[in-house]
Design a protein. Structure first.
Length: 718
């Protein structure tokens, strides 16, 4: 294997131990899946202290914009996006600064988490390491990454100046920045709002301010300073070597023991990082480089702009000797300030500025195939200044600032899954299946993580976006309600919120099944006895008892016994109100009426009953007499009844000469009152049937029939 490849692998392994904040564990998968899913953050300018510009994350395949957030009003030309500061991404949050404000945004939707005023911040990108945000401005400030609260600042340590424009470099609990000098500060701080200056070092010309970012590699710091590349010891600030490039401002990158620098003098330089010896320089007749190159897999990717015609290019070279592999020409009359970014799936992203303002052209964000240099997609901006910001790529998304906004391209998190659907009860130590579904906005496969509510490790299953998936689980402890929820995770470890809970009651093996939902009336009057029925099945065919909950804090107690499948009935009365009726079952394993060793089911579904004041008619006694029939019409309801219509009809086999039918109206019948109505005169002979009916608007009709005998003018009940 090539020595350079071995060294690069070693460097990557070193980064994973020294820089844990660059990777973030997104999901606690539980004990059943010990391997953590790690997603590559973009925690500082050009991704890492080496300014490699390379991430193990994949990048978006299209120019689809997931969200954007306005940072400041866009004035069309001299807007604040005329800076090369770029966003950074860590632990699911995006950090971006402009116009003296540092923002923390939710990666999922761009919602603002917090903002903090940082006077003088403009060119520098923040750095996020170990839960802290570091930003260079009028001084160096350290904030809590989650809350934005200040931890410390360097007001009493550094020289006064309007702005420290270089992006901070954070490694090994130290913060490195450059201004009038190079400073090394304690990253943790002193706990009292201050920090400690570990060392400071001056370069050749203390009168000229350093505006380019520092680069770290193998215990050394590198900076290109007015045509000279300096190397100093990162531990104590002592100078190690320097070499001239004849170029101006440009940012180097470190890889595999070498420093690569695209300079404004139209050359790409390669230096031995240990000795400072120049290994080679590659001349570009097409233009000069300002941003940091990407160095990965023995290749260099460098963005160039011609200072005369502003035509921009991207070139891919062999890192070993600078031999060109491919060249891509962008739209003419534009310039590149942005440092490119490269992803693990071979995509190269860069922002394109617009050159001179009189050209009146738009900027671009361009995605290239890193292997061939062919364009994959391009997005045109709206302002004349174009894109000066350097991109950041993390979680399968591209983040970049232009047009007065920060944009997120590419992948979005799946939607919150549907509430799991499955049984409401089940038996312990048996599998029970639940289903759900979610949609991923990018159509990716979805990994569903299930929380079964019993403290067991999360389990997972896979599904295509939009498809219904299912998973099973068994619970060991009976007599408990368990809450079940699920969340969706896409291929980039972007998570949805947890779903709503589904609930299951687990009962012991051998217990009766949960009884059927009680059946019976849904309304009644106060004091009126209402009856309900249900049934259950016992797996062992034991006798079953039922306990009814009447919803008024009273219970029936265990009523029975009943056989499996046999209908069980119970009755109850209520006062006015709404009541929730449910029932549970318990078996009698020994059939001796002692339920202390019985197995109990969960409560059934509830049946609602409304007890209201209502009118209700009833027919009381029907009696005979001389030439007449008497009938009692009663109001047994709770309110008065008006216009009660009644009717008495005589039928049967007898001969009725008079009084065969009579009817009338009771104007008002108050609650609890009884009215006697008459059919007279009645005259005939033989066996008869007497039928009495009564009804009123909104009141159920009542009917009562009795048998009798009529002997001429005398009516008798039989």
């Amino acid at each position: 294997m090539n020595k350079k490849i071995i060294s690069i692998i070693a460097c990557v392994l070193l980064l994973t131990t020294v820089l844990p904040a660059i990777g973030t564990e997104k999901i606690d998968k539980g004990e059943d899946e010990q391997t953590s899913t790690v997603t590559d953050d973009w925690p500082m300018f050009c991704h890492d202290p080496e300014r490699s510009g390379y991430t193990t994350s994949t990048g978006p395949d299209t120019s689809l914009i997931s969200w954007n957030v306005e940072l400041y009003p866009d004035d069309g030309w001299y807007a604040s996006d005329d800076t090369d500061s770029g966003p950074v991404v860590a632990n699911g949050y995006v950090y971006v600064n402009d116009e003296n404000i540092l923002y923390c945004l939710d990666i999922e939707n761009g919602n603002e988490i917090w903002r903090d005023e940082i006077i003088g911040v403009r060119e520098a990108s923040p750095a996020v390491v170990d839960g802290k945000v570091y930003i260079s401005a009028a001084n160096i400030t350290c904030l809590n990454a989650l809350t934005g609260e200040k931890i410390w600042d360097s007001l009493d340590l550094l020289a006064e100046y309007s702005s420290y424009d270089c992006s901070p470099l954070v490694i090994d609990d130290k913060v490195y920045v450059a201004g009038d000098q190079i400073y090394c500060l304690d990253a943790e701080g002193n706990g009292d709002g201050t920090t400690t200056l570990i060392w400071n070092a001056s370069l050749d010309d203390p009168g000229v301010w350093i505006i380019d970012s520092l680069v770290y590699g193998d215990g050394k710091l590198f900076i290109n300073y007015h045509g000279t590349l300096f190397c100093i010891n990162a531990t104590d600030g002592c100078p190690l070597w320097q070499n001239t490039t004849a170029g101006g401002s440009a940012i180097p990158a470190y890889a595999d023991g070498f420093i690569y620098l695209g300079s404004s003098d139209y050359y790409l330089y390669c230096f031995n990082a240990t000795t400072g010896e120049r290994i080679y320089r590659k001349y570009f007749h097409v233009g000069a480089s300002i941003g940091s190159p990407v160095v990965v897999n023995d290749k260099i990717y460098v963005a160039l702009s011609c200072r005369y015609n502003w035509d921009p290019y991207m070139k891919c070279l062999y890192a070993l000797n600078g031999t060109e592999i491919w060249s891509h020409t962008f739209t003419e009359n534009r310039r590149i300030i942005s440092s490119p970014a490269m992803t693990a799936d071979g995509k190269l992203y860069v922002g394109i500025g617009t050159g001179q303002p009189q050209h009146n052209r738009k900027g671009e964000i361009v995605c290239l195939n890193a292997e061939t240099g062919q364009e994959i997609w391009k997005k045109t901006t709206s302002t004349k200044v174009g894109v000066m910001s350097s991109p950041a790529v993390a979680y399968g998304r591209l983040f970049i600032k232009y047009d007065g906004k920060i944009y997120c391209f590419g992948n979005g998190a799946p939607e919150t899954p549907d509430t799991p659907e499955g049984p409401s009860s089940g038996v312990a130590n048996q599998n029970h299946r639940f289903e759900t579904s979610s949609t991923d906005p990018d159509g990716h496969y979805i990994k569903y993580y299930w929380d079964w509510g019993d403290g067991s490790p999360l389990t997972y299953c896979w599904g295509q976006s939009g498809d219904t998936v299912s998973s099973t689980h068994k619970w060991t402890d009976a007599g408990i309600y368990y809450n079940i929820r699920v969340k969706a995770v896409d291929r980039y470890d972007l998570e949805s919120n947890w779903s709503n809970f589904a609930t299951i009651y687990i009962y012991a093996p051998g217990a009766p099944e949960v009884p059927d939902k009680p059946s019976g009336p849904s309304s009644g009057g106060p004091g009126e006895e209402l009856c309900f029925s249900t049934t259950s099945i016992d797996p062992d065919s034991d006798l079953i008892y039922f306990n009814w909950s009447w919803g008024d804090d009273s219970f029936s107690g265990w009523l029975g016994p009943y056989n499996s499948y046999e209908n069980a009935t119970a009755c109850h009365t209520w006062s006015k109100g709404n009541y929730e009726i449910k029932v549970k079952a318990k078996d009698d394993p020994n059939g001796d009426g002692d339920l202390s060793d019985g197995n109990e089911s969960d409560w059934s579904e509830s049946h609602m009953v409304e007890i209201i004041f209502q009118p209700k008619l009833s027919i009381g006694d029907i009696t005979g007499g001389v030439l007449k029939i008497n009938a009692e019409i009663k109001n047994i309801g709770d309110i008065e009844i008006t216009n009660v219509k009644w009717n008495i009809t005589i039928g049967g086999g007898g001969i009725i000469l008079a009084g065969k039918d009579a009817s009338g109206t009771i104007d008002v019948l108050n609650s609890g009152d009884t009215e006697i109505v008459l059919d007279k005169p009645v005259f005939g002979f033989g066996v008869i049937t007497i039928t009495v009916t009564a009804n009123a608007d909104g009141v159920e009709e009542v009917v009562k029939t009795v048998d009798g005998f009529v002997l001429l003018f005398l009516v008798l009940r039989m």
